[in-house]
Structure formats: C-alpha cells, structure tokens
Design a protein around this ligand. Structure first.
Ligand code: CA2
Length: 145
C-alpha cells in the first residue's frame, strides 16, 4: 500500500518555539517522530511534509493522487482561506482527515469556518499533537477498505 501523507501548512514549522500556551511545547519534528512510531504500529508507511507556501501544498496534494493512499492535513491558516487547497483535495480522490492542534471553535470567529471540512471524512481538533495520532488510527481503517 502507498504511504499516508501527513501535510502541514504555514507556520507549523514554528511549533514549540512560540505561543506554547496555544499550540503546546512539541515541535513539528516531535510530532513527525510520534507519527512515525504510531504508523509503524498500524503497519502504515508515511510521507510527512510541511510548507509555508500554498502552491507547494497544492502541488504535494496533486502528487498524492498517484503516490499516497490517504491524506491527513493540518492546513494551518489556509484552512480558513484556501479554495485552492479544497479543489486540490477534491481532485485527489483520497480519504482526507483534517487535524488542528487547537480547538478552533473555542477561538476567534474567523477560525470557525474551514474550507477543508467539506472534503474531509472527519475532523479532529483540540488534542494537540495527539490529534495526528488519532487521525492515523482513523485513516488506517479507511485506507485498508
Ligand atoms: O490549531 C491548529 O492546528 C491551526 O491549524 C494552527 C494554525 C491556525 O491558523 C489555525 O487556525 C489552527 C496556525 C499555526 C501556527 O502555528 C504556530 C506555532 C507556533 C508559533 C506560531 C505559529
């Protein structure tokens, strides 16, 4: 089976370095390592990618159509703005799970709307880095169907 893609959007490379009260102390490298351990236990292989650029994220999603069995995405602030990511995810025709570290519904109103959610099988938010691991467990079932 092809790898599951874990995709991370803008500023998530700053995790653990700023605003720990919102996003926790874990770095993105810590989350990647935890994902790789979880994936091993689920017998999944993993591609892990972060970009601050919308076009780079679109291109990686386009590749996923051929290269990946499913997509876990934390699109960062593009969650609330990007029709381009929504269109790319729709065209990929793979199971998608949307993840957020913070509970976006407890935060500013502009974070309550997601362009990604309509294409997602499900959304996990508010559990910090653990949300990625929950998403891996969920996608393991989806891609084995
Ligand atoms: O809660 C999440 O995972 C978010 O996707 C994170 C985005 C935010 O725009 C979304 O509304 C919710 C922001 C990621 C920025 O991460 C930083 C981490 C440390 C320092 C600065 C930014």
């Amino acid at each position: 089976m092809s790898p599951v893609l874990v995709l991370n959007g803008p500023n998530l490379n700053m995790l653990g370095k700023r605003q720990p009260e919102i996003y926790g102390r874990e770095t993105l490298a810590d989350i990647e390592a935890a994902c790789r351990t979880e994936a091993k236990g689920l017998d999944l292989s993993l591609d892990f990618f972060q970009s601050n650029h919308e076009g780079a994220l679109v291109e990686r999603i386009q590749q996923a159509r051929e290269a990946n069995s499913g997509i876990i995405i934390n699109a960062g602030a593009y969650t609330h703005t990007s029709v381009a990511l929504l269109d790319a995810l729709n065209a990929a025709e793979k199971p998608v799970i949307e993840v957020h570290l913070s509970n976006i519904y407890k935060r500013e109103e502009f974070r309550h709307h997601s362009y990604i959610s309509p294409v997602a099988v499900g959304v996990i938010c508010g559990f910090g880095g653990q949300g990625y691991l929950l998403a891996l467990r969920a996608i393991a079932r989806l891609v084995s169907r």
